[in-house]
Design a protein. Structure first.
Length: 198
């Protein structure tokens, strides 16, 4: 599709800032004068959902992510209810690279290691805490869902709206980029051909 992809850089969370307020601050850089869509990967999908509530994009594309709290693993929600994450030292959110490679499921170990090496652990701790405590139950209008069948970090729980990537894992945004792009383009064409407009 003839669209411009504009990455949005993460910003530093304010003290005691929740995900909805954080997402609203992050959304300030989005130009809403023209039609636009949101793409969120993994935790970024939660942010995209929160932003979509306020800005009403043409599409919200969620990759290796969730749309509501009910799709999160039970162990995540239990950890949120127990409130144990804040007591865990920040350095513990930097997993051994062999474990990270297994969880993310990628052949591109060099890139994954580079991303992890550059990640702000304080942000990671905040993000994980926000994920396990996420309360959203609202579905997103005009969402496009793409998920891998072997995602270990955020397993697919079953939805007729989800386009599945067979054997795709959590890092498939890199490993299976061409397949994902093809699905997105086809889905947007379907929306346009059905006469949908913002």
């Amino acid at each position: 599709m003839n669209c411009e992809l504009i990455p949005i850089n993460w910003i530093k969370p304010l003290e005691n800032e929740g995900l909805s307020d954080y997402s609203y601050r992050l959304s300030k850089v989005i130009d809403t004068e023209s039609d636009f869509a949101l793409i969120g990967v993994s935790f970024g999908g939660l942010v995209a959902v929160e932003i979509s509530k306020v800005l009403k994009p043409s599409y919200t594309i969620l990759i290796s992510s969730v749309e509501t709290k009910s799709e999160l693993r039970r162990i995540y929600k239990s950890a949120g209810k127990a409130g144990i994450l804040k007591a865990i030292p920040t350095k513990m959110f930097d997993p051994p690279r062999s474990i990270a490679q297994f969880i993310f499921g990628t052949e591109n170990k060099v890139l994954l290691n580079s991303i992890l090496d550059e990640t702000d652990l304080t942000f990671v701790k905040w993000a994980v805490n926000e994920l396990v405590n996420w309360k959203n139950q609202d579905r997103v209008e005009n969402s496009i869902r793409i998920h891998g069948t072997k995602d270990k970090l955020i397993p697919w729980k079953g939805s007729s709206k989800v386009e599945l990537i067979e054997n795709g894992e959590h890092f498939m945004i890199v490993d299976r980029a061409e397949e994902i792009s093809k699905i997105i383009n086809e889905k947007i064409k379907q929306h346009q051909n059905s006469g949908y407009s913002k």
